[in-house]
Ligand binder design. Structure first.
Ligand SMILES: C[S@@+](CC[C@H](N)C(=O)[O-])C[C@H]1O[C@@H](n2cnc3c(N)ncnc32)[C@H](O)[C@@H]1O
Length: 260
């Protein structure tokens, strides 16, 4: 069973064990890294990002990459780095790298590691991390490869978290395929989906099956948050999406849906 919990990722990470060794894979401007440091209080947090554009060939616009997704990335990067003026998104990401470096310069818990997630994770020993938060490239193969790399570097009983479980090409016009990657990983790795948040860009939490002590402790703390929780079969979580419905005055509202 999976806990679908009506809370956000900032609250969720308060359920992680304190003084843990963690990683965020895909850091961008470091906003969520700051939340992890504040909410999860790790002893070490490794911030891993290429800080150059690796998502798709920037010139490969429709039909290979949906225009809406491309425009959304430009908006996302400009909002984080208004000084980015060039045509090359790698310039904007390099500016974010500098910002992240100065932002966390005084925090001895932070290790900033720049490079492709696959290359960087391969350099860590087995069982190094207590938890990883996976939020780098969102296409099927990248997410899957990050999840398997995360599993190798995770200590037995550790937790893998990740972002954007509600973005999937089956449900919207995008290249993202996070749900299918998580589903494949769970089917083949001995991990299960223990929790899923109801905020925009749902965060998933994966733990070994049968549940380790860390998974059980995490779920106990999750219940203690007193946010509304629905216990759902894992199988229906693979149908998850935010369904647009017509609200007052015809305005579109997104509601969670598990309908296949
Ligand atoms: C969605 S953003 C991360 C947002 C961040 N986790 C947050 O919540 O604030 C994705 C980041 O992943 C990085 N990225 C994408 N593909 C990558 C890869 N293969 N290796 C390393 N970093 C990658 C991008 O540079 C970008 O900064």
């Amino acid at each position: 069973m999976t806990y679908y919990v009506f809370t956000d990722r900032e609250n969720l990470i308060r359920c992680l064990p304190e003084n843990a060794v963690g990683a965020e894979v895909g850091v961008f401007a470091g906003e969520f890294a700051a939340s992890i440091l504040e909410g999860a209080r790790p002893s070490e947090l490794h911030l891993i990002d290429a800080w150059r554009f690796v998502g798709y060939n920037w010139r490969d616009l429709p039909p290979q990459v949906p225009e809406t997704q491309h425009a959304a990335f430009v908006r996302y990067l400009k909002a984080a780095e208004p000084a980015w003026q060039s045509q090359d998104p790698s310039d904007g990401l390099a500016m974010l790298y500098e910002r992240v470096q100065s932002r966390f310069a005084e925090d001895a818990r932070v290790r900033i590691v720049r490079g492709l997630s696959s290359t960087i994770l391969a350099g860590y020993p087995d069982g190094f991390f207590d938890f990883l938060y996976v939020d780098a490239d969102h296409d099927y193969h990248s997410v899957l490869s990050d999840l398997w790399a995360a599993r190798r570097t995770l200590r037995p009983g550790g937790l893998i978290l990740g972002h954007d479980f509600d973005m999937d090409r089956r449900h919207q016009w995008s290249n993202h395929n996070v749900i299918e990657a998580v589903m494949s990983f769970c089917k083949n790795s001995g991990f299960r989906l223990i929790a899923l948040t109801g905020d925009l860009g749902s965060t998933f939490v994966l733990g070994e099956y049968p549940d380790s002590d860390s998974s059980a402790a995490f779920l106990t703390r999750l219940i203690a948050l007193r946010a509304p929780i629905v216990d759902i079969p894992q199988e229906i979580a693979w149908n998850y999406r935010r369904q647009l419905v017509r609200g007052e005055n015809g305005r579109a509202i997104a509601i969670p849906s598990f309908r296949s």
